[in-house]
Write a protein that binds this ligand. Structure first.
Ligand SMILES: Cc1cc2nc3c(=O)[nH]c(=O)nc-3n(C[C@H](O)[C@H](O)[C@H](O)COP(=O)(O)O)c2cc1C
Length: 192
């Protein structure tokens, strides 16, 4: 049975709250035996991530377009300190879905940039990214999180658009759950 791990970085705690929301909705959809409790990335090593078949990875953006961590002047270590551990890791066959928090009003030129760094780091080690979200409904100038006109993960702005968050999470889960659990592949195989 598929096991889904949820790991997040944070400084002021919002990305943790979103991880809990995502976990609650996932458990309601597919059951608690499939979904592990969300964990702060600064509490684990890479082997903990490799225990799962699929991962949901969350991050805010700090600096101007940088992952959280001490070099981004955060109080705790986070993704910046974790990522070097990926150097010898093999994520082939693992599916990853990304979510990112940002502030499009204050940082319109670097909106939610940091999920791109997670995307590039994990796909370079063989992971397969799933899911994204449309850029309609957001207002920003530039974001490295956009590839081919779409965000590469779920992007949330708790400062300007917190009222849209629950709906955005549910729409994103509609898209990623079949991909994370392998339901799509199974169905295609069965049909093919
Ligand atoms: C010093 C600082 C720098 C930030 N830089 C960016 C940025 O470059 N791009 C962006 O979209 N949001 C930026 N933000 C907004 C945060 O990503 C946002 O507040 C997020 O919700 C924080 O998540 P957390 O509570 O999990 O740490 C910045 C916030 C602060 C305080």
């Amino acid at each position: 049975m598929t096991s889904i791990g949820i790991f997040f970085g944070t400084d002021s705690g919002t990305t943790r709250l979103i991880a809990k929301k995502i976990a609650r909705s996932l458990v309601a959809r597919i059951g608690e035996h499939v979904v592990a409790k969300p964990v702060n990335i600064n509490r684990v090593d890479v082997n903990r991530l490799l225990q799962h078949d699929a991962l949901i990875l969350g991050t805010p953006t700090y600096g101007k377009g940088v992952l959280p961590g001490r070099d981004s002047r955060n109080t705790e270590s986070s993704w910046l300190e974790f990522l070097p551990q990926l150097a010898d890791a093999d994520f082939s066959g693992k599916r990853i879905a990304l979510y990112g928090l940002g502030d499009q009003e204050e940082y319109p030129d670097h909106f939610a940039d940091a999920i791109r760094d997670l995307h590039d780091a994990f796909t370079a080690r063989g992971a397969t990214p799933v899911g994204g979200c449309d850029i309609d409904g957001y207002e920003f100038n530039c974001s490295r999180a956009v590839i081919d006109g779409r965000f590469i993960g779920l992007v949330l702005d708790q400062h300007l658009q917190h009222l849209l968050t629950d709906e955005r999470i549910e729409r994103w889960l509609d898209e990623i759950v079949p991909a994370l659990t392998g339901e799509t592949a199974g169905r295609q195989q069965a049909n093919g």
